[in-house]
Design a protein around this ligand. Structure first.
Ligand SMILES: Nc1ncnc2c1ncn2[C@@H]1O[C@H](COP(=O)(O)OP(=O)(O)OP(=O)(O)O)[C@@H](O)[C@H]1O
Ligand SMILES: [Mg+2]
Length: 369
């Protein structure tokens, strides 16, 4: 899929701006604070339904406007050999999705036709960071291509916070403990589904990330990934996960009541990343950690291609400037025919690409010049 055009209205620092894009490489350049990331954010938001930078939709509307909270993002895309017009209209605090002029569509109708994968400098820290960052990575990537995942995740998180609130209540009045059985059953149901999704995803991730990492490390190192869970220690079927989760919740109930928090479940799981058999987070060098992070992130392109039969749209925000020439070259090679948007303050890196393959868009104060 490719996005051929985009219009941003009252979005961030764009009052109204229309862009035409190259089907290959779009280099978005300009000084700091001109609107380069805002442009990528517009593409990401339209395709995913949320911003990677804020949970508050009101932040996204141009500040100081007469009609606060209103903005529009419109795009022309080609997916499955057909052209479509997609729009997100934000007004009065609610989102409206429009596909080919039909109002009242759902976000997932837009997502089917436009999928973005965003890569930003913080992603280079996936390997080095704590487990919460890696869970966020897993959650974002799975929900990117499996629409069923996010609702399960939301149900799980909601149930977990209700169970935790009840645990605290039980500490004050022990008779409330009878209500815990109901929450435990609900937690086990959505938690088991989450673990199953994640295990299936990890299998795919291993298959794609290993060869990518092999090439990125010049065949010097071996990457392996495993789902690290406090419920199961190897691939298990639904019943086994369910039974284990039930038993752990039951056994740990007294401790959970003491702490007012749930100690077992997918909310504390992690992605274990090994390089040559050693835990990368603890033992790998900064450069090795970055290479592994790039392999994990770039795997998303191939995983999506396999599932959707289409290439996603790749957004690289300030990422190339963080990497040496060899890695920059490899990334651009791996992108292949995929449409990419690359922001940078210095567009010289793209000199080696023929004019026909790229378009350079220079942004200044929310306008292209
Ligand atoms: N809601 C908004 N209304 C108006 N302007 C906004 C809004 N949100 C952000 N901005 C402005 O957008 C600019 C930042 O844009 P952006 O993050 O896209 O910069 P950038 O070109 O990517 O810069 P850098 O190279 O530093 O990453 C800032 O000047 C900020 O004040
Ligand atoms: Mg930026």
């Amino acid at each position: 899929m490719i996005v051929t055009g985009l219009t941003l209205r009252r979005f961030r620092n764009y009052s109204e701006e229309t862009f035409d894009f190259s089907p290959r490489i779009n280099v978005i350049t300009g000084d700091n604070a001109q609107g380069k990331t805002n442009l990528l954010e517009g593409l990401f938001l339209l395709s995913r339904g949320y911003s990677h930078r804020t949970h508050h939709m009101a932040d996204l509307a141009m500040q100081g406007e007469k009609a606060p909270g209103r903005f529009a993002i419109e795009a022309e895309v080609t997916a499955h050999q057909t052209r479509h017009r997609l729009a997100l209209l934000m007004k009065g605090g609610s989102k409206e999705w429009v596909v080919d002029g039909h109002k009242g569509r759902r976000q997932r109708d837009v997502h089917r036709l436009m999928h973005t994968i965003l890569f930003e400098p913080d992603d280079l820290r996936i390997v080095k960071a704590g487990p919460a960052r890696r869970r966020q990575f897993i959650n974002e990537e799975i929900s990117g291509y499996l629409p069923g995942y996010l609702p399960v995740l939301k149900t799980y998180k909601k149930t977990l916070s209700q169970r935790n609130a009840l645990l605290k209540e039980v500490r004050r009045s022990p008779s409330a403990a009878v209500l815990l059985d109901g929450w435990d059953a609900q937690l086990v149901e959505s938690g088991t589904k989450l673990v199953r999704y994640r295990l299936a995803y990890l299998k795919r991730l291993n298959e794609t990330a290993k060869p990518l990492h092999d090439s990125l490390s010049n065949h010097k190192e071996r990457l392996s990934l495993a789902y690290s869970s406090n419920l199961i220690d190897k691939a298990a079927d639904e019943h086994a996960i369910q039974a284990c989760f039930e038993a752990k919740l039951k056994d740990s109930r007294p401790q959970d009541i003491d702490r007012g928090a749930t100690g077992f479940g997918p909310h504390v799981d992690d992605l274990s990343i090994l390089i040559d058999g050693m835990e990368a987070r603890k033992f790998a060098s900064q450069g090795q950690q970055r290479t592994a992070a790039i392999a994990l992130k770039l795997s998303q392109i191939a995983i999506y291609q396999k599932i959707a039969g289409e290439s996603p749209i790749v957004l690289l925000d300030d990422i190339l400037s963080e990497l040496d020439d060899v890695r920059q070259e490899k990334i651009l090679e791996i992108l292949g025919q995929t449409q990419a948007f690359i922001t940078c303050t210095d567009s010289r890196f793209s000199d080696r690409y023929p004019e026909a393959m790229k378009k350079i868009i220079t942004i200044s104060h929310g306008h292209q010049i």
